[in-house]
Write a protein that binds this ligand. Structure first.
Ligand code: NCD
Length: 366
C-alpha cells in the first residue's frame, strides 16, 4: 500500500511548464504537457538517428564521446526494470557515467535526512537526476528545489506516483510512429510522417485511473487532431476527469467503455495495462473481474492486420503470451525503443542533438 503524495505545484499548467522549461526549450522533463507536436517529432527523429548511428562501430564510438564529461544519478526508490535499465543503457550509449540510489534504506534518509536534502546533495555530484518516486508531484518538487540551488541541474521524471510517466509516453508515441509511418532505411523524414494518427483509433485498456503511463500518453496523443481515443476499463478504474477535460479541450473524439471484446476489431492500436493493485487502500480491486480486460488468443481473429499492440510492461495475465508471436505484438520493440528515445532526450537536454544530426547527415544520404 502506497499513500504518500506531495502537494501539486501551484499555478496553472502554463506557469508550471514555464518553471520546467528554459525559454522554448525543455530543461526539466516532468509533465507530458511540456511536449507539443514539434518537440515530440523532433525527439522521434533524433531517436531514429541515434539508433541508426549506433548501428556501426564508428557511430557507437562517436556517440560515446558526446556526454563523457557529464554524470547522471538515477534516484529510483520505487521498483523498476525497464525504465531503470533503459536509462542506464541510454547513458551508456552517450558515454555518460551514471550512479544510482535504489533503496531508501541505503541512503541517509534512514538517519532522518529529508528527501529535499537528499536531492540537494545529489545535485552537487551529478549533472542530471532521473527520479522514480512513489509520491505524485515529487519530480516536479525536485525540479523546483533544483531551480533554487546555486547550481541548477535538470531532472527527468521516470515515473511519479499514479500521476505521470512522460518518458514512457514519448517512447510509446515513437513506437506508434514506427508502426503507422515506417521510415525508409537511409531516410528520416523531416516531417516524421505528418500526422499518421488522424483517423486512427487508439484504445487504452485496464486500470486507467492509476496507470501513469496511460495518463501521460493520453496527453501526448491530444497533440494529434483526428485521433480517436477509446478508454476501456472497469467502471471504478476509468480514466480521470482531469484527462477527459484535457481531451475535450483539445477537440479529440473519445469514448468510454467496458467491453474490450466488442471493440477489438475497431482498433488501430491497443494499449494494454496491468491492474495497479499496489495502490489499493483496502484491497478494493479484489472484487474486480480483470479477466474482462484481458487481450486473449481468441480475439486475434478480429485484429486488423496492421493493429499495433502495446504494453508498458510488466504484464500479468491481461496479455496472452501466445499473442507475442503475432506481427501485431509491438511490445518488445517498444521496450527497445525506450532506450533510443531516452538517449535522444538526454542528448537534447544537454544540447548535443545537433552533433548527432550533423553526424547522421554526413553518413547517410538525405
Ligand atoms: C509502468 C510503470 O512503472 O508505471 N512500467 C514502466 O515504466 N514500463 C507500468 C506498470 O508498472 O504497470
Amino acid at each position: 500500500m502506497i499513500t504518500q503524495t506531495v502537494k501539486p505545484a501551484a499555478g496553472d499548467t502554463a506557469a508550471r511548464i514555464a518553471a520546467l522549461n528554459r525559454g522554448d526549450r525543455v530543461f526539466h522533463v516532468v509533465l507530458a504537457q511540456q511536449f507539443d507536436r514539434e518537440r515530440i517529432e523532433q525527439l522521434c527523429r533524433l531517436a531514429e538517428m541515434v539508433r541508426r548511428v549506433a548501428a556501426t562501430r564508428h557511430g557507437t564510438q562517436f556517440l560515446n564521446t558526446l556526454l563523457s564529461y557529464r554524470r547522471a544519478m538515477l534516484y529510483f526508490i520505487q521498483p523498476s526494470t525497464r525504465t531503470f535499465l533503459s536509462f542506464t543503457a541510454a547513458c551508456q550509449v552517450l558515454g555518460m557515467p551514471y550512479n544510482s540510489v535504489r533503496e531508501r534504506s541505503t541512503s541517509s534518509e534512514i538517519k532522518g535526512e529529508s528527501e529535499d536534502d537528499t536531492v540537494r546533495v545529489l545535485s552537487q555530484y551529478f549533472h542530471l537526476i532521473i527520479i522514480r518516486h512513489p509520491a505524485e508531484g515529487m519530480a516536479e518538487r525536485t525540479a523546483h528545489l533544483l531551480n533554487e540551488m546555486p547550481r541548477t541541474i535538470p531532472v527527468i521524471n521516470g515515473g511519479s506516483g499514479k500521476d505521470q510517466h512522460p518518458t514512457q509516453a514519448l517512447l510509446d508515441v515513437y513506437t506508434l510512429f514506427r508502426c503507422f509511418a515506417p521510415q525508409r532505411d537511409e531516410h528520416v523524414d523531416p516531417e516524421y510522417g505528418g500526422n499518421p494518427f488522424a483517423g486512427r483509433t487508439v484504445a487504452f485498456v485496464g486500470d486507467l485511473q492509476r496507470g501513469r503511463t496511460v495518463r501521460s500518453l493520453a496527453y501526448l496523443l491530444c497533440r494529434y487532431p483526428g485521433v480517436r481515443l477509446l478508454f476501456i476499463s472497469p467502471p471504478q478504474l476509468q480514466i480521470g476527469d482531469d484527462i477527459l477535460e484535457y481531451v475535450r479541450r483539445h477537440d479529440i473524439e473519445y469514448e468510454l467503455g467496458d467491453d474490450l471484446r466488442a471493440r477489438v476489431g475497431d482498433c488501430d492500436a491497443i494499449y494494454m495495462t496491468r491492474l495497479q493493485d499496489e495502490w489499493d487502500v483496502a484491497g478494493e480491486s479484489k472484487s474486480i473481474d480483470y479477466n474482462r480486460y484481458a487481450l486473449t488468443w481468441d480475439m486475434a481473429k478480429d485484429f486488423k492486420p496492421d493493429l499495433a499492440i502495446l504494453h508498458p510492461l510488466p504484464r500479468r495475465h491481461e496479455l496472452d503470451q501466445r499473442l507475442d508471436a503475432l506481427p501485431q505484438a509491438k511490445y518488445w520493440e517498444q521496450v527497445r525503443n525506450g532506450m533510443w528515445m531516452r538517449a535522444a532526450l538526454i542528448a537534447f537536454i544537454f544540447n548535443v542533438d545537433n552533433a548527432i544530426r550533423d553526424h547522421f547527415h554526413s553518413y547517410y544520404a538525405y
